[in-house]
Design a binder for this molecule. Structure first.
Ligand SMILES: NC(=O)C1=CN([C@@H]2O[C@H](COP(=O)(O)OP(=O)(O)OC[C@H]3O[C@@H](n4cnc5c(N)ncnc54)[C@H](O)[C@@H]3O)[C@@H](O)[C@H]2O)C=CC1
Ligand SMILES: O=C(O)CCC(=O)C(=O)O
Length: 410
């Protein structure tokens, strides 16, 4: 059961080279116990470091499984300093009373720019020419080299990244088709395809911008690759599980797929010192990048500030706005009141037990904010009480059997 701490005792663990802007944001908010690691941690090293952390910041590589979260008994919140949150068991985190935050927009432009550059490179046949030069060869020829102007780009997943790719591609004179499972507003002159097959049959290049979900796992296999136009190119900067890499290697071998740019892989090295292996490394007509779609200084700087600010706001004020796994509450300041957070399993009767704790103490509630989802209830109570009374109230709340976490805010 985790309760109240002064900021100096709140331990922040930042992994995977999270930007220094995050450290700055924590420090300027008064948090001084900050531990940073350049790489990801796993196994015993992760369990050991997370056991003492109140706030954990990761990027896409650190796996916060239910088992790992179970060891993190002090954990108040998780920050994913990226868009994807598939590396965290979000349900297990919610069941433990731990909100998870991310940065849904800050690196999207960086991904879109890389994708556009790759589409031009693939259509010009640059990867194979570059590979030849590195080996002392000279492939000066227009064979297979095309302008992107007038060609059709198929975007699968027309969200924050997909829409930006579409607008940039139109700026280059491309025709844009998209496919999404949701009805989406077309930006510019983009058109919704009749379905994935329609998009694949018409696109000269296909780019994938879907999240990792059960439905997108291996959504791009032999059948989808075969449905692409002969010689069309594939770009994947979404998640490595979305494309069947062996099927892609076979389609590149046969020449049906003209080239590919792949930024994400089913298995990625844990850090820069680990070796990378892929069935795609033997092809000259591919661009392989080490999951750097969002790795620009601009994006990382913005993400560091954005996610750290959300974590500080939750820690200082209790607001869970934009948490991805948790009831969202936006809260005003609580000057003049003690603010107590109570996170509980959402079953009938808990709120009346919460209120009973306050009425038994004979204290008036100044404000109460409640949000629930199917599993978790989050109630924030402002009360005119002394700090000592607040700690006693927190202990009363902690004794309610459905309690997941209770905390007095500093
Ligand atoms: N390579 C990198 O460094 C980066 C990779 N990413 C990945 O890109 C993904 C997309 O990012 P955003 O565009 O910001 O996400 P988003 O949530 O704004 O857009 C995703 C779109 O995919 C659609 N979608 C979901 N399932 C689908 C399906 N089965 N078929 C077709 N469409 C489907 C959604 O309706 C949504 O419109 C992220 O989830 C993340 O995994 C994000 C940032 C950096
Ligand atoms: O840059 C990173 O660490 C991960 C980027 C990414 O894949 C994401 O934002 O989802």
């Amino acid at each position: 059961m985790k309760t109240s701490y002064p900021r100096k005792d709140i331990h922040v663990l930042l992994l995977e080279g999270v930007s220094p802007s995050a450290v700055d944001a924590f420090r300027s908010a008064g948090y001084s116990s900050i531990e940073t690691h350049a790489g990801s941690l796993s196994g015993d090293a992760l369990r050991e470091r997370i056991a003492g952390a109140h706030i954990v910041g990761i990027r896409s590589r650190t796996q916060l499984t239910a088992d790992v979260l179970a060891e993190a008994r002090r954990l108040m919140a998780v920050g994913c300093f990226c868009i994807g949150t598939n590396q965290v068991d979000l349900e297990a985190a919610a069941r433990a009373g731990v909100p998870v935050f991310n940065a849904p927009y800050s690196n999207t432009r960086s991904v879109a720019e890389l994708v556009i550059a790759e589409i031009i490179m693939l259509m010009r046949g640059v990867p194979a020419r570059h590979a030849a030069c590195l080996r002392g060869g000279w492939l000066k020829s227009a064979a297979g080299s095309r302008e992107v102007r007038g060609k059709t780009l198929g975007i699968v997943g027309y969200g924050h990244i997909g829409t930006q790719v579409g607008l940039l591609a139109e700026g280059l004179g491309m025709r844009v088709l998209f496919h999404d499972i949701e009805a989406k507003l077309s930006l510019g002159n983009a058109r919704a395809a009749a379905g994935l097959d329609d998009l694949l049959a018409r696109a000269d290049a296909v780019t994938l911008h879907v999240p990792e979900t059960p439905a997108t796992r291996m959504m791009f296999g032999a059948a989808e690759l075969a449905a692409m136009k002969p010689g069309a190119h594939l770009v994947n900067a979404s998640r490595g599980t979305v494309v069947d890499i062996d099927a892609l290697a076979a389609a590149l071998d046969s020449g049906h797929v003209g080239g590919a740019a792949i930024d994400v892989f089913p298995v990625e090295p844990k850090g820069n010192d680990d070796a990378f292996a892929s069935p795609l490394t033997r092809f000259d007509n591919v661009i392989l990048t080490p999951h750097v779609g969002g790795s620009t200084l601009e994006a990382q700087d913005n993400i560091g500030t954005e996610v750290a600010s959300k974590l500080v706001r939750y820690s200082d004020n209790g607001s869970t706005l934009s948490a991805v796994n948790f009831p969202e509450v936006t809260l005003p300041g609580h000057e003049g009141s003690q603010r107590i957070l109570h996170i509980h399993r959402n079953v009938p009767g808990v709120l009346s037990r919460v209120n009973e704790v306050f009425s038994q103490a004979g204290l008036n509630i100044d404000g109460q904010y409640l949000r629930t989802d199917a599993n978790v209830g989050y109630v924030v109570i402002d009360v005119g009480a002394t700090p000592e009374q607040a700690v006693a109230l927190k202990a009363g709340l902690a004794a309610i059997p459905e309690t997941l976490r209770a905390r007095v805010l500093y």
